[in-house]
Ligand binder design. Structure first.
Ligand code: NAD
Ligand code: ZN
Ligand code: ZN
Length: 382
């Protein structure tokens, strides 16, 4: 089959690879029709994850058609159109039984924190991802879900990660009615978080970034106020001013490890990889939240990050919450919103590339060219 393969930082290639096979009775093989590229894939593309091996296939946002099922699979049949959550999980361990699907204990021998993620290096279990013609889906009775007739494949694709993750970020913010919610990062995840904040009762939503076209999208898609980093001497002071000098009730970090805005942190975190990323956005989140407020961390970080404003977080009495999103938990509610016409997550998709041109998709998305918000890879016939 044809598959995206990693060759080294900033180098990817489409190559021939053996088709995946059923390895466990509850596996299935999905023929991929759509796969998205995520901001998290950019961390891999930039060489930030330590155990990213040559030849690994990325891709954790997957929609496709069930091609083959293992002997114990009961919930899927060949020919079903399915959406596959980005997390791989067993569904029955201590953590899964508490809904912590992204922290499953049975799927990633390399770590005790994060569970398994498709196409996310051996740091997240070493599973090949879905930017390929076929993908092996372990624990098929637990993760994937048949897409209802009325839902488009592109909306379903957005639920496999980005939109559900944004909604989850808003949930982690403990939003109370009329709260002011600040979102750092106007990528697909931040835009989804900003839009979702209204569903959860926010009274005001402010999105912060330094890319004009993305801030424009924050106005149109998320009905948010915006602040441009380059237009503020000090973004924290500006946010304080905008919130009666108290700070925001809820601040969501949808930027993560590669945040711009702090030269030393960016160089040591994102460039030299001496630490698990730059905490600039997380620190701004801590600083711009009001005392007693909540900071929701959904941007991705490596395990060890220095110079985090922990003391300020403690002394302000902040609640800090974070996780990889257990996206299937958000599906029932989000599907109701989509069905009722409240939101169309696929409005965040700006670019569509065939698999053979996937290197261009990564380049355009990474360099934020051509007003790109989120690209998808169209792979096979529906
Ligand atoms: N927790 C999860 O389950 C989960 C799931 C998906 C993605 N993520 C993470 O969420 C983050 C965002 O993903 P995305 O797909 O939206 O990525 P993206 O790269 O498209 O968006 C990031 C945005 O942050 C902006 N930015 C950079 N520095 C900033 C700063 N200091 N302040 C404000 N904005 C800043 C960039 O200009 C960009 O628009 C990534 O770190 C990704 O790994 C986490
Ligand atoms: Zn992702
Ligand atoms: Zn589990």
């Amino acid at each position: 089959m044809r598959a995206m393969t990693y060759r080294g930082p900033y180098k990817i290639q489409v190559a021939d690879k053996p088709e995946p096979k059923i390895e466990h009775p509850n596996d299935s093989i999905v023929r991929v029709t759509h796969a998205a590229v995520c901001g998290s894939d950019l961390h891999l593309y930039h060489g930030m994850l330590p155990d990213t091996r040559i030849g690994h296939t990325f891709g954790h946002e997957i929609v496709g058609i069930v091609h083959e099922v293992g002997p114990s699979v009961q919930n899927l049949s060949v020919g079903d159109r399915v959406m596959v959550p980005f997390n791989i999980y067993c569904g029955s361990c201590f953590f899964c039984s508490r809904g912590l699907f992204s922290n499953c204990h049975n799927v990633n021998a390399n770590a005790t924190a994060v569970g398994g993620i498709y196409g996310y290096s051996h740091t997240a279990g070493g599973y090949d991802g879905g930017q390929a013609e076929f993908v092996r889906v372990p624990f098929s009775d637990v993760g994937p879900s048949v897409i209802p007739e009325w839902m488009s494949s592109e909306d379903a694709l957005m639920l496999t990660d980005a939109f559900s993750t944004g909604y989850f970020g808003a949930q982690l913010g403990n939003i109370a009615e009329q709260d002011t919610v600040v979102v750092f990062g106007a990528g697909p995840v931040g835009l989804a978080a900003a839009r979702s904040a209204w569903f959860l009762g926010a009274g005001r939503v402010i999105v912060v970034d330094h890319i004009d076209y993305r801030l424009e999208k924050a106005k149109q898609f998320a009905y948010a106020e915006t602040m441009h980093l380059a237009e503020q001497d000090d973004i924290v002071v500006a946010l304080k001013k905008a919130t009666g000098y108290l700070g925001a009730d809820v601040v969501i970090d949808a930027v993560g490890a590669e945040a711009d805005g702090g030269v030393l942190q960016h160089v040591t975190g994102a460039k030299l990889k001496l630490q698990g990323g730059s905490p600039v956005a997380a620190n701004w989140a801590i600083d711009s939240a009001r005392k007693g407020g909540t900071v929701s961390l959904i941007g991705a970080y490596g395990p060890l990050v220095s110079a985090v404003r922990l003391g300020d977080a403690v002394n302000k009495g902040l609640t800090i919450r974070g996780n990889q999103a257990p996206v299937a938990r958000q599906w029932p509610r989000l599907m109701e919103h989509i069905k009722a016409g409240h939101v169309r997550p696929s409005e965040l998709l700006t670019h569509r590339f065939p698999l053979e041109h996937i290197a261009e998709a990564y380049h355009v998305f990474s360099a934020k060219l051509d007003d790109c918000i989120k690209p998808i890879i169209t792979i096979g016939e529906e």
